[in-house]
Design a protein around this ligand. Sequence first.
Ligand code: CA
Ligand code: ZN
Length: 305
Amino acid sequence: MTKRLDSQHVIYAMSSAHQPVMTVQSEEEIEIQTCDCFENQIQDDTQDFGRLDWERINPATGPIYVENAEPGDLLIVSIKKIELANHGVMTTGPNLGVLGDELLQNVIRIVPIVDGKVIFSDDLHLPVNPMIGVIGTAPRSGSIPCGTPGEHGGNMDCKRITEGAHLILPVNVKGALFALGDLHAAMGDGEVAVCGIEVAGKVTVQFHVIKGESWPVPMLINDDTIMTIASETLLDDAANSATKNMAHFLEEQCHMEKAEATFLLSIASDLRICQVVDPLKTARVELPRWIVEKKGFRFPELQNS
Ligand code: CA
Ligand code: ZN
């Protein structure tokens, strides 16, 4: 039977000091309910933007203690299912997002979600592309706001974190203290308005702990593609870090010389932007999975519960 975690258990920062609200075994499936990134405070597009409680932004549901996860291990988070509420919300305005210096007022839009489509306007119905914005583990010490991405995961706003993907995160503290939230019904690379279609929902995940490996984190793998993700103050640095992480992975896991790995990335990988609007910017490198498998890398066979 799948365990369920209610969305009333929220944190606003990833921290080693938090008490876990649930303990799960490796391979156990768990359904996690999530609020949207405004903690469901916006239900109407005429609402007063100035009266939102900005202390309640980017809640993540958790933290979850994963049995047998010890500092230095890696945590594989397999995303089995993402279910969305029937409407989402978008906001932008002065000082928000890429157009923040040109926008004159705050705008809120409620976006209905019907039969796998987001009803953006009367004439534009776009396919959903459900993804997880905030997903991570606790850092070794201190706390990192849920709105900030980093090596621990967090607010990466990466549109490849979807159903069917496996995210690899570091275990920095005993039990990992995992949390997630901030689902998007749709988002493009960049997240230029400062939001996707922000939506409440449910995510079913399964955890696996891996011992004795030191892959670069965060890493993401799906049926076709392996990805390294990195976040830095400047997008240029995030792009460099994501690329270097993948190059180091090829050196260590595929036994390639550095120049050889660099050549390969230059011809076969795509360097892409995740988001440019959070406190750190996030980039990723996407490489076809068959290439690393041909070079000897084996992603573990994951047991289903
Ligand atoms: Ca986000
Ligand atoms: Zn979001």
